[in-house]
Design a protein around this ligand. Structure first.
Ligand SMILES: [Mn+2]
Length: 369
């Protein structure tokens, strides 16, 4: 291990505190594993050599995506870095409080500025997705950049093109992993309230308000962030209790008229068509969480939400028990994800979705039994 004095920027001189020097002795009290500690030293060295750092989130950015971009971004700014955050397309309005100055660049709306940002960056950090193909054209652009790329993510099977990979599936969220890395990264540099609030948002949304994918480390982090001063009521009311009336009406409609249950396959299904979106004044993010609803039914172990868009049908899958929707999606829905939460895409007419779902889930659940 290297205890050189770290110069993160010309005006700031870092002298490692005692705690850093005795890091190995302290490891058993720290959530960081030895391997991670060594990797985070590599990350610190990579960061120390850079001026312009670009952070990238995934398509249809959610709370974990925006939370990790803002949490990591603010931290790196505190270190004196020039930081840009980019997402492939727009994120829902209820996450706007994390980016009050509209600093996050949106590739679909401003491709030229994003191109300039990629050209200027001397380090690219990818957050909350496991490979560049997941971010479509933005991924191609980043793939052509010669600068080192770092991945921080909690999805299985990360792509093999990064200089440094932090990939851990036994955490609630990318925000949890990023918090763990950055809170121990630069000696003497603390997580600010602004970063903490962003990280809290991501762990709260990815766990469905601390219901799924919660680990002991998740609650520990939540406790630390509350001690830091994060206002959880404020975040809850901004993110969970700020939907439009149309979203509630749509949810009622989906449950009452649209949801189909197939007890023979232990499966539930909802199909959100463009026609329904129009009827209920649908806005991006309005169907957030719908896919979890059928899982509340005793018999249902796999739940699917199909959302029609102009070019394809977006697939969301959830499960409980031992059913792997990651596998289900890889086999039938051109996607993947976590064991109990996965996504995919279908390129068939919306009228054929129900038949296709019944056929594939029937085959799959037959094998799973
Ligand atoms: Mn996530």
């Amino acid at each position: 291990m290297n205890f050189n004095i770290l110069l993160l920027d010309k005006n700031k001189k870092y002298i490692p505190p005692l705690q850093y020097i005795f890091n190995f002795a302290l490891i058993k009290f720290e959530p960081l594993k030895v391997k991670e500690r060594l990797k985070s030293d590599d990350l610190l060295r990579l960061i120390a050599d850079t001026k312009h750092i670009m952070l990238t989130g995934h398509v249809n950015p959610d709370g974990d995506s925006i939370g990790s971009l803002v949490g990591v971004g603010k931290y790196l700014q505190e270190l004196g870095k020039d930081v840009s955050a980019v997402v492939p397309n727009r994120f829902p309005d209820y996450l706007g409080f994390l980016d009050p100055e509209n600093e996050i660049l949106i590739y679909s709306e401003n491709p030229d500025r994003v191109r300039e940002t990629v050209a200027r960056a001397d380090l690219i950090i990818c957050l909350d997705f496991n490979g560049l193909k997941r971010i479509e054209q933005l991924g191609e652009l980043i793939g052509r950049s010669p600068v080192p790329k770092v991945l921080i993510d909690h999805h299985p099977q990360p792509e093999n093109l990064f200089a440094l990979v932090f990939s851990e599936t036994e955490v609630s969220s990318t925000c949890e992993l990023a918090y763990r890395i950055f809170k121990n990264l630069a000696p003497g540099e603390k997580i600010s309230l602004e970063s903490g609030r962003a990280f809290y948002t991501g762990m709260m949304t990815d766990t469905n308000n601390f219901a799924n994918s919660v680990w002991p480390s998740t609650f520990r982090m939540a406790a630390e962030l509350l001690e830091l001063g994060v206002d959880k009521e404020d975040i809850q009311s901004r993110v969970l209790w700020s939907f439009a009336e149309g979203r509630m009406r749509l949810m009622g409609y989906m449950l009452h008229e649209n949801m189909k249950i197939f007890p023979q396959y232990r499966a539930g299904l909802m199909i959100l068509t463009k026609e329904m979106k129009e009827r209920f004044g649908y806005e991006d993010g309005d169907s957030e969480g719908f896919v979890n609803l059928p899982l509340g039914i005793r018999e249902v172990e796999v739940s699917a939400l199909f959302t029609e868009s102009d070019d394809f049908i977006r697939v969301s899958l959830r499960s409980k028990g031992d059913i792997s929707v990651n596998r289900l999606s890889r086999l039938y829905f051109n996607g993947g994800g976590h064991e109990r939460a996965a996504g995919g895409k279908l390129y068939i007419p919306v009228s054929e979705v129900e038949e296709y779902f019944k056929k594939s889930v029937g085959e799959f659940m037959g094998k799973e039994k």
